[in-house]
Structures are given as structure tokens and as C-alpha cells.
Design a protein around this ligand. Sequence first.
Ligand SMILES: O=P(O)(O)OC[C@H]1O[C@H](O)[C@H](O)[C@@H](O)[C@@H]1O
Length: 241
Amino acid sequence: MKQFWPGSLPAPSVRTVEDMENVFASRPSNRDPDTPLYYMYRDLYQTHGDHTWLERHHLRYDITRIPAGVINGEYTKTKGHYHPSNSAGVPYPEVYEVLSGSAYYLLQKRDHTDVILVPAHAGDLVLIPPGYGHVTINPGREELIMANLVSTDFSSEYGEINEMHGAAYYYMKKEGWVPNPHYGDRIPMHVILPLPLPELGLVPGRGLYGMVGTTDTLDVMNRPEEYMDIIGRFCADKKRF
Ligand SMILES: O=P(O)(O)OC[C@H]1O[C@H](O)[C@H](O)[C@@H](O)[C@@H]1O
């Protein structure tokens, strides 16, 4: 972690097998419920000036570590959640950066009409568009380390993902992508590659933390309604899986 975060890190929040048991394709019966699955280092800043800037812009920078692993045949992943809407009625977006390893970002529209897979590698930036629930899968053999910038003005919503036993697809070691039967008919899956979105300041090779304290348009995180044409361009670039 030292190469991604200078100095000390706060104690992480940990998701365990018990926290995740209802979102896997099958309940991980052979694992100690206290087994840690991933680690979230939240609300990070390097200087007091950065902290003030982040607070003033209602933003949070986090790092998450997802060790490689397979639980009951399924690759390790985050629990998954949706974001609520802001005062303009538009759900909050989020942006991720893969720091190390590789990731599958599985995004799904709240009305279950669309599923988008974004495969990403170290250096890639991935926008979670407003209205898409999201799960991050570690499909590799290496630990996945990723960062995110997100608004501090909301709490993630887990209810629907819990009720549906996870996202619309499970990524299994043997079978590959398996539709979650709780969603009924198979929802079409599309692929989008991580796209540079220079209008939002999202340019590959430039770290997310590098945007802290600058005048770049991280404004999208709290006022997505002002950037829907740019976000629409990202979503329109999808190819049938
Ligand atoms: O909330 P989960 O579904 O467990 O997903 C985990 C991720 O969620 C959000 O994006 C947080 O900002 C991250 O810090 C965290 O790593």
C-alpha cells in the first residue's frame, strides 16, 4: 500500500463473509463468518489543506483493497449498492481508479433494463453513471487496490441488492457469467471500456488524488444534472457482450 498512500492509513472498515453471505451465488457454508473479504480505508487526505478542500467540496477519497479469492466458486467482489438522488432528483455518480490489479465493474440500471461491464486495469478511471447500482469484482490472481472519489452528501443503499441476493450476474470461476435467477428474465449485458472524459477531468495516467485541491470539474459528483450530456456519451459507447 505504501506506493499508493504515503504515511499512515486509518484502521479500515472490513466486510466479512457474514456481511456478504446473501449476495453470493450460494451461501459460503464452509467459511468462518468472520473471515475478512475486503478492506475500506475511508476519508483519506494527505494534508490539512486537502482535507479542507475535500470537506468544502463535499467529497471523500477512499482506498479499497480486495484480495484475490474464490468463495464457493465465485470471484471475490464488493457487496454492491445504489446511490440515492440529490436535491435535483438525479442520483449521485462516483468515480473509481484502479491502482493495482484488475477489476470488473458491474453496473446495473435500477429498473433492471441494462447491465454494463467495465473491465479495468491499473491506471484506468471508471465513472459510475447516475442511477446505476455497482459491484466491483476481483477477477484476477492479484490483490485489487482501487481508489474512489464520491460525494459525502449521501449514504449508500443496500436494500435492493440484499433482497435480490446480489447483482444481476455472478462471475464464477468455472461457468463465467451466470445470471442471478432472482432478476427473472436475463438482462442484456453490454461492455464499455474505461473512456477518458477530459471534460470531467478524467484522463488516464492522472491519478484521482491529483484532482484534489484543483479547479477540475469534480463538481459532477454533487451536481450530475449539469453534466448529463457528457455522462450520456460514456453510456452510449456500449457494445453488446
Ligand atoms: O459499499 P460496498 O458495496 O461494500 O462497496 C465498497 C465501496 O463502496 C463505496 O464506493 C465506498 O466509497 C468505497 O469506499 C467502498 O470500497
